[in-house]
Design a protein around this ligand. Structure first.
Ligand SMILES: Cc1cc2nc3c(=O)[nH]c(=O)nc-3n(C[C@H](O)[C@H](O)[C@H](O)COP(=O)(O)O)c2cc1C
Length: 167
């Protein structure tokens, strides 16, 4: 069993529901879910992590992540392996789709963490996304407003990959 910490911020509930779906698919592992509204101190007790943030504003983090961003910036992430999940709306916000996960990505890399689980950007209809590097999202991009029917398969495929890379 791998010990995995899932941290989510959610304003209108969709990312919280995704955290529960992730917990379901990881039920053979030792998974704990944390709402970022309760703080980020627990991050230190995990080496395998999943961070979930929807994007708000124009390409910005969800407000609970935003409130704790200074804590995050001060966590040494050496030895930590982290998968990112971004929620967004690729039609309504097609020029800043899931931008929030790039903000998390940059902090993790700066603090010596490793980000796993990049996914191809094919199959999405956004115009621009800060979160795409060399044709891949820096995590798993979900769109519960427009492509909810694809979410279960996207999660299942992503979980298979990240589980194999976690310690
Ligand atoms: C005011 C506002 C701004 C948003 N800005 C973006 C954005 O820049 N990029 C994006 O991909 N989605 C954007 N969204 C869509 C949300 O990320 C999406 O609805 C998400 O599923 C909400 O997740 P939550 O229910 O966990 O809060 C925005 C939504 C609202 C209401």
């Amino acid at each position: 069993m791998k010990k995995i910490g899932v941290f989510f911020g959610s304003t209108s509930g969709k990312s919280g529901a995704i955290a529960e779906e992730i917990e379901f698919y990881l039920k053979k592992e030792d998974v704990s879910i944390h709402n970022v509204a309760d703080g980020l101190d627990n991050i230190k007790s995990y080496n395998n992590l999943i961070f979930i943030s929807p994007t708000y504003g124009v390409g910005e983090l969800q407000k609970d992540w935003e409130s704790h961003i200074d804590t995050l910036k001060n966590i040494d992430m050496s030895g930590k392996i982290i998968g990112l999940i971004g929620l967004g709306n690729q039609y309504a916000f097609g020029e800043s789709y899931v931008g929030a996960i790039k903000i998390l990505y940059d902090i993790i890399i700066k603090n010596n963490g490793k980000v796993i689980g990049f996914t191809p950007s094919e199959g999405y209809l956004y115009k621009e996304s800060e979160a795409v590097i060399d044709g891949k999202f820096v995590g798993l991009a979900l769109d519960e407003e427009n492509q909810r029917n694809q979410t279960p398969d996207r999660i299942k495929n992503w979980i298979v990959e990240i589980i194999s890379l976690f310690n």
